[in-house]
Design a protein around this ligand. Structure first.
Ligand code: ATP
Length: 232
């Protein structure tokens, strides 16, 4: 479904990605783990059209992805950014409707209904400002906002960042449910243990390069992954 081939990206003289190649099949959760500054966010930003690669290709459903982020969303790729980036001065419902901006009022109404079933807390508080939500609830809102665009592929950047372990578990249960709906998830995480425990396949990114790949189970057992990312 997604094929990234020899992708490189730079910010001036900083080489963020060096010849990165990854693949994701439909309905998989594919995880990218790596330390701060490894290039994880840059990879997602290239796929969603927010950063222009210097070389390499990105194929989605057998075609090159379009150039404009808007057209990439129309193709079915949504980016749920690190730090949630919800609109704190808008109500929860309006945040969700922003996510559905490409769709008709009727389609949004149906999608809102589905989202409120999946996220009862958002339904209860739909008229409140998003800024009043806790970190975990804002993460739920960011994911729900992403679902409003009917994605086939969701790019999820650090969904567990700053959340208490219990809330992280809830977010991960939700990611599994999203996969069960047939949506492919590309999951970027520093929380390697959690991501590797859930994903079908994973890549380790270090200084802009893929240095290791395997199933989640394989990487959980890898001595070098244990040492570098799982606290020994
Ligand atoms: P983190 O886990 O800390 O978010 P990351 O793995 O997502 O890190 P990136 O944010 O992709 O890594 O950063 C990769 C490299 O590119 C880093 O050296 C970073 O400083 C640099 N970088 C990222 N964004 C920019 C930018 N807008 N301008 C200049 N350099 C940048």
């Amino acid at each position: 479904m997604l094929k990234v081939n020899n992708l490189s990206a730079s910010y001036g003289y900083v080489k963020a990605l060096k010849e990165v190649s990854i693949k994701a099949d439909q309905g998989q959760i594919v995880s990218i783990i790596g330390a701060n500054g490894a290039g994880k966010t840059s990879l997602l930003r290239c796929i969603s059209g927010l950063v222009k690669p210097t070389s390499g290709t990105i194929e989605f459903l057998g075609e090159q992805i379009p150039k404009k982020p808007n057209d990439i969303v129309k193709k079915g790729i949504i980016h749920v950014p690190e730090g949630r980036k919800t609109f704190s001065g808008l109500s929860i419902q309006d945040n969700l409707l922003v996510g559905g901006y490409l769709f008709s009022a009727k389609e949004n109404e149906e999608e809102l209904k589905k989202n409120y079933e999946l996220f009862p807390i958002l339904k209860q508080r739909k008229e409140q400002y998003a800024g009043t939500l806790s970190g975990g609830e804002q993460q739920m809102l960011a994911i729900a906002r992403g679902l409003m665009s009917h994605p086939k592929l969701m790019l999820l950047d650090e969904p567990s960042l700053g959340l208490a372990p219990l809330i992280v578990n809830q977010v991960y249960e939700l990611i599994a449910q999203i996969r069960d709906r047939g949506i492919t998830v590309l999951l970027v995480e520093q929380n390697a243990k959690k991501a590797l425990g859930l994903c079908d396949k994973a890549y380790v990114l270090e200084n802009g390069e893929i240095i290791l790949e395997g199933t989640g189970k394989e990487l959980l057992c890898s001595e070098s992954v244990k040492k570098a990312y799982l606290g020994g």
